[in-house]
Design a protein around this ligand. Structure first.
Ligand SMILES: *Cc1c(COP(=O)(O)O)cnc(C)c1O
Length: 389
């Protein structure tokens, strides 16, 4: 091979040697919680489809109806001709649901987080981020020209020590995607107000799942009356479709519509997707039954794991990590579970901190008791075989 400017082969080899090489697995078929990969069937304990919404008949048929009225795509970016009544209706429904002034849509949560951080913060600003914030937030903060300070996970005292008055944006997830625990929202809000900084909440894993009418982590914690300056969440998790929104005061949304290059120069989400997501937003508000089913699955898993002596992290949410530590052992355990028909992803650095490789088990409303019990039985046997000091 000709030497070029990029050392791809050696980067890949180094990852391989560290047990960190990643590859995609292609599902040939998905039926509820079951999926087929390479001709074998697995029970999926790795999806973020917490309420089973991706297979919901109402949402599926709304997508088909949207397709019939609007066609396959939006045809342009939102400031050209890609913004339709379907998008506006979804924005208004979210604003009403969450009691916010204004909402705008993005094709992905990754893009939404880039858009907010890159368009709000300039060189004289600072973004304060929880150490465990999602890669899309960290990436925007570290690649952009602003300063970034990271505070210890959920540590308000550490954040307070790093804050400077009126200089930027505090950012946290509502439910942390790799640990399943929740941010201290009232404390973040108080620190932001006292220091005259803004704060932003990424509630990708809380929206739809937690709080009255699925309003998310803020409602769950009783902090819903005063919203964060920037609220962001995605449609690809509990809502079952894809895409994301940013919500806040009208001025914030007008500003982003004008100044966010990630928004202005990107083809708008297909209107049919907005129609489907609107159906999901309406459905999720009264989805108390799937929310209760999810909580029952979480309880059953935690009680079972506790009885079997598995080391759980303190998470009450659908995200139930099992800390292994060593990346290779985490991989071996995930492979062993796969051989027994359970699909559970091993999370390794750089997705999680060094030495904190884990299995990230996610439970959903669609898992039944037998599936949870069978997974636990396999897990306890494979754990003793695969994990050691
Ligand atoms: C999934 C996720 C995102 C990214 O959203 P996509 O729509 O998948 O791009 C952003 N933040 C958090 C916390 C997430 O879990």
């Amino acid at each position: 091979m000709v030497d070029g400017p990029f050392s791809l082969a050696s980067a890949l080899q180094a990852r391989q040697e560290q047990g960190l090489l990643r590859a995609r697995n292609c599902s040939a078929q998905v039926i509820g919680t079951r999926m087929v990969v390479d001709g074998r069937e697995y029970i999926n304990f790795s999806s973020n489809d917490y309420l089973g919404a991706s297979q919901n008949p109402l949402i599926r048929s709304a997508w088909q109806a949207g397709l019939a009225s609007w066609g396959a795509g939006s045809g342009a970016s939102p400031l050209v001709t890609g913004y339709t009544a379907a998008h506006r209706e979804l924005e208004e429904a979210i604003a009403e649901w969450l009691n916010v002034e204004a909402v705008m849509l993005f094709s992905s949560g990754f893009a939404a987080n880039q858009a907010v951080i890159k368009s709000l913060l300039a060189a004289e600003h600072t973004v304060w981020q929880d150490r465990l914030n999602h890669a899309s937030l960290q990436e925007a903060g570290s690649q952009h020209c602003c300063r970034m300070r990271r505070f210890r996970h959920n540590d308000l005292a550490h954040l307070a020590a790093l804050l400077a008055p009126a200089q930027g944006l505090i950012v946290s997830e509502g439910v942390f995607s790799m640990d399943g625990d929740q941010a201290p929202c009232a404390g973040l809000q108080a620190l932001a107000r006292q220091s005259k900084n803004w704060w932003m909440l990424d509630d990708a894993h809380g929206l739809g799942v937690h709080g009255t009418n699925g309003r998310g982590t803020l409602a769950y914690q009783g902090v819903g009356s005063e919203q964060p300056d920037v609220l962001m969440a995605t449609f690809g998790k509990a809502l079952g479709t894809a895409g994301a929104f940013v919500a806040g005061r009208r001025e914030l949304i007008d500003y982003l519509v004008n100044f966010s290059r990630d928004y202005v120069y990107s083809t708008h989400m297909p209107p049919a997707q907005a129609v489907a997501t609107l159906a999901a937003v309406r459905w999720v508000q009264s989805a108390d039954e799937p929310r209760a089913q999810l909580q029952a699955a979480v309880r059953r898993f935690r009680q079972g794991a506790h009885a079997l002596g598995l080391p759980l992290l303190p998470s009450e949410t659908a995200i139930q990590p099992l800390l292994v530590g060593d990346s290779l052992q985490a991989m071996t355990l995930a492979d062993a579970m796969r051989a027994r028909g359970f699909w559970i992803s091993a999370m390794r650095p750089p997705t999680v901190p060094k030495g904190e490789a884990r299995l990230r088990i996610t439970l959903t409303a669609a898992h039944d008791e037998q599936q949870v019990d069978a997974m636990l039985q396999a897990l306890v046997q494979e754990w003793s075989r695969c994990v050691h000091d």
